[in-house]
Design a protein around this ligand. Structure first.
Ligand SMILES: C[S@@+](CC[C@H](N)C(=O)[O-])C[C@H]1O[C@@H](n2cnc3c(N)ncnc32)[C@H](O)[C@@H]1O
Length: 328
């Protein structure tokens, strides 16, 4: 993960957007894909991960062997469970120092190490306490992984997957296990290291995954020039970030050109483009409209909505992010 953050802006200044627009392709010809919205994709509590309870600005989650408490601004309601349950937490994110890593976590019981064993649907990997409050996985993404896995398994041919902003690599591992050839891109050497470690831990070292530390947009541009194409593209950009050489990523400035590039890097038998966006002020309809416009003439369907996690204690739905996906 990257510290050298550009200043946070949830909206691009109009002239910067216009400049960015001038540098990419003209509006696509043809009918827009069919559409379906709102689509709410849910993650139910399961043996690997569960949102146990939420409320009062926090969430209580079970990640493999550990119970973890983290801030959750959207939990505007009251907790369903009493303090006794919340006090059983193994780790609480405090965020009260600027230092990296474990210092930002409090361990009410015995101090824990930085990583711990986790599993997703039979794939072993490592959970980890990071200074960004993240724990090395975004469990709500499981809905996208299951969808992608189905597409890969039923394609009846070798499927090539491009995972952009791939972080710790869970999506790459799910795709590789299903039989895909995977290219995983992330700007952070550290994240690539974690992802490789997860590949080994999952026992998938023999699977074809290329782990590449590079700026996502530059990589896709190069692939297009080289004639290298993919059947599925996963696009999970942060609101802001930096490429390895300091290239600035600002979602509102750079996403339109990126979606265009993703269309151009799709093969002639494409299966899907899956875009997810977190922690920004926008409606899923903004992404829906962008993808539908950029995929005009491609046929298929664009479906968009939110990824939510269903809580165990009182069955409430906690929204985590917005998504838009084009499916052939
Ligand atoms: C954590 S994931 C995305 C998860 C989720 N969308 C979020 O915003 O929290 C973001 C990943 O993008 C990577 N990243 C940031 N800027 C990048 C860039 N310009 N090119 C490639 N990867 C980048 C980060 O290193 C990180 O691993």
């Amino acid at each position: 993960m990257n510290d050298r953050r550009p200043p946070r802006r949830d909206t691009a200044e109009p002239h910067r957007r216009a400049e960015a627009a001038a540098s990419h392709a003209a509006r696509r010809e043809g009918d827009p894909p069919r559409e379906r919205w709102p689509v709410i994709l849910e993650n139910q509590p399961n043996a690997d991960y569960a949102l146990i309870d939420s409320g009062d600005g926090e969430k209580l989650e079970q990640y493999g062997p550990y119970r973890i408490v983290r801030p959750e601004a959207q939990a505007l309601w009251r907790r369903a469970l009493g303090n006794a349950e919340w006090r059983k937490a193994d780790a609480v994110f405090t965020g009260d120092t600027d230092e990296e890593g474990l210092g930002r976590w409090r361990f009410p019981g015995p101090p824990l190490g930085e990583t711990w064993p986790m599993r997703h649907d039979g794939i072993d990997y490592l959970g980890r306490f990071t200074s960004f409050r993240h724990v090395g996985v975004f469990p709500e993404q499981a809905a996208h992984w299951a969808h992608m896995e189905g597409q890969i398994r039923t394609a009846g041919r070798k499927v090539r997957v491009l995972n952009l902003f791939g972080y710790t690599g869970l999506a790459s591992l799910v795709a590789a296990r299903a039989g895909a050839e995977v290219t995983h891109i992330d700007a952070s050497k550290k994240a690539i290291g974690w992802a490789r470690e997860n590949q080994e831990r999952a026992g998938l070292s023999d699977r074809p995954i290329r782990w590449i530390c590079e700026d996502a947009a530059l990589f896709v541009e190069r692939e297009i020039r080289r004639g290298s194409r993919y059947d599925i593209v996963l696009l999970d950009p942060p609101a802001y970030g930096r490429g390895p050489k300091g290239e600035v990523w600002q979602l509102f400035d750079n996403l339109p050109a990126m979606v265009d590039l993703c269309r151009d890097v799709l093969s002639d038998r494409p299966l899907a483009l899956v875009l997810t966006a977190y922690a920004i002020r926008a409606s899923f309809l903004a992404f829906h409209t962008l993808v539908r416009d950029a995929f005009a003439g491609m046929g298929g369907t664009v479906e968009s909505g939110e990824l939510v996690i269903r809580e165990k204690a009182a069955g409430r739905a906690l929204s985590t992010s917005m998504f838009s996906r084009w499916v052939a």
